[in-house]
Design a protein around this ligand. Sequence first.
Ligand code: HEM
Length: 140
Amino acid sequence: MGDTLFDELGGMACLEKVHKIFYGKLLSHPWLKGFFEGVPRWHLESQQSEFMAGVFGGPRIYGGRPPKSAHMHLFITEEVFLIRHDLLRESLAEAGVRPDLMERWLTYDMRMKSALVKESPSDCAGRYNNEAVVVVDKPL
Ligand code: HEM
């Protein structure tokens, strides 16, 4: 059996390096930062790294919700999803991830699009009884 993508990338150290750069970009993006208000950065980075570790054939240590229910309350349009995807591409390049591994990572990322993208805020629902749906307007 060959190495998993997780091993080829260099394990958790690589995922953590990429996600540190990535959340720096997401949390300073004029539009996307609005989605993350009030969520601690350490939580976002660690959950993202633990989730992707499992996706890439590494340890299955992610204990959060599956992506569809974790993002149920967020009005994520296709445009928002694709901006995030481009910021991930930039982060992988800045972290020095080999181009072929980068493409494999991005393919896994893109596969989640249909689970997260919604047509209208009415397709969203709070994860708890009284949780509001998060709609972030595009800045003018
Ligand atoms: C392939 C795409 C994505 C993946 C794999 C992903 C993965 C994750 C994971 C694993 C969590 C932690 C869930 C938990 O704590 O139970 C999370 C939380 C979150 N994600 Fe994503 N995400 C993706 C796309 C997006 C997009 C496009 C946005 C909107 C810009 C977004 C915004 C958020 C926010 C705001 C949280 C925190 C939710 C909260 O705890 O209140 N994500 N994401």
